[in-house]
Design a protein around this ligand. Structure first.
Ligand SMILES: Nc1nc2c(ncn2[C@@H]2O[C@H](COP(=O)(O)OP(=O)(O)OP(=O)(O)O)[C@@H](O)[C@H]2O)c(=O)[nH]1
Ligand SMILES: [Mg+2]
Length: 345
């Protein structure tokens, strides 16, 4: 077994050990030496996950946590600022016809089995532990719930619909009911119609629990996304439940997912390809994401924020790169502070 110190070293992570102890997040048993040893391992493991903003399984990569360049660090900070800027709950919809019309704001949808952590993920994304309701019992979210997030966009005249009030936020994130155990029987219809017809949908984030093997429903949702050529990011959740083998299990899970998406690409041949239809980097998140302050960043949520912004058409990278390298940029600059979205293709 890899010792905790080696694990930390290999992942290139900083140590937030003291912070955890002071916050009382970890019960301490001083008297029993074996108990102490076990506890020590657990602490190291928790801090390993908690202290990385960018936990992702990259194809052919040994490590899960990428050592960040200063540009990437700035991008992560920009993405965080975007998502934590503010949010508003918009509406709940049971069927496609109940969605509010939207011709301006990019949307993304969070999908996954019941209890996989979709609502917790949304809360972690926007840094608001209580925005979407979370429960230990499967079947908590029963409708598609729309949340507007991010800064107020500055729209040029051509982009703003006349006669409507301008949107207050730049992106809509749709929480969804889970499939599988305790889900509504007509779940599939409402979600498939949304994926097929929602014109402002820019992509989906599919959550898969590290605890479970890929479910038939996971395969089905990936196939549906592929069929309608919807850009897809996959996130493995609950990595904290994997014990000392969490990294290996996440990597194996990521390989299975990549193989599945690669086969769909071959079978459908409709342009849903690696890198543009489905993303080969698979992100890993972990632990108590419903309590953001306890964990700091909810595992690799930073990297997912960035991936979502790219998927939705925002481009914090251009701004960061331009600042970092101070080069003359002749293309269109999408500034983060004064964010506006790329014109839809
Ligand atoms: N250990 C651990 N628990 C998590 C994680 N993410 C979420 N949970 C817990 O998993 C349970 C389900 O979380 P939800 O966010 O409600 O899951 P959901 O996918 O929205 O569930 P439904 O709405 O019922 O489909 C809650 O008790 C969460 O606290 C995680 O990364 N690690
Ligand atoms: Mg939910």
């Amino acid at each position: 077994m890899i010792s905790s110190r080696v694990t930390l070293h290999r992942l290139g992570l900083s140590c937030h050990y003291q912070t955890f102890i002071h916050r009382g997040a970890i019960p301490r048993t001083r008297s029993h030496p074996i108990g102490q040893r076990r506890q020590q391992r657990w602490k190291s493991y928790k801090q390993t996950i908690a202290s990385s903003e960018m936990l992702r399984c990259r194809p052919e990569s040994e490590t899960l946590a990428t050592k960040l360049t200063s540009v990437e660090r700035q991008e992560l900070a920009s993405a965080r600022k975007f998502f934590e800027e503010g949010y508003e709950f918009l509406y709940s919809a049971e069927s496609f016809s109940q969605h509010s019309p939207n011709t301006q704001t990019p949307e993304i949808i969070v999908l996954g089995a019941s209890n996989v952590g979709k609502s917790s993920f949304l809360n972690a994304l926007i840094g608001r532990p209580n925005a979407a309701r979370v429960s230990q019992k499967p079947g908590k979210t029963t409708m598609l719930n729309a949340f507007a997030v991010g800064p107020r966009p500055r729209l040029s005249d051509g982009l703003h619909d006349k006669g409507t009030s301008p949107p207050k936020h730049s992106l809509i994130v749709m929480d969804s009911p889970g499939y599988g155990y305790k889900s509504r029987s007509d779940w599939g219809h409402a979600v498939v119609e949304y994926i097929e017809k929602r014109s402002m949908l820019r992509g989906a984030v599919v959550l898969v629990s590290m605890e479970k093997k890929l479910l038939p429903e996971d395969r089905w949702i990936l196939k549906t996304l592929a069929k309608f050529n919807t850009r897809t990011i996959v996130v493995v959740t609950k990595a904290d439940k994997g014990g000392s083998h969490w990294a290996t299990t996440c990597r194996e899970q990521a390989d299975v997912l990549r193989r599945e998406m690669g086969e769909l690409e071959q079978r459908l041949g409709n342009g849903w390809t690696k890198g543009s239809g489905w993303m080969p980097d698979i992100y890993v998140t972990a632990a108590n994401m419903d309590n953001i302050n306890k964990l700091g960043n909810g595992g690799g949520i930073g990297g997912v924020r960035l991936a979502i912004l790219n998927m939705a058409g925002f481009n914090p990278k251009a701004e960061v790169e331009q600042k970092a390298e101070a080069v003359a940029y002749t293309g269109r600059i999408v500034s983060f502070d004064d964010i506006c979205w790329k014109v839809a293709p």
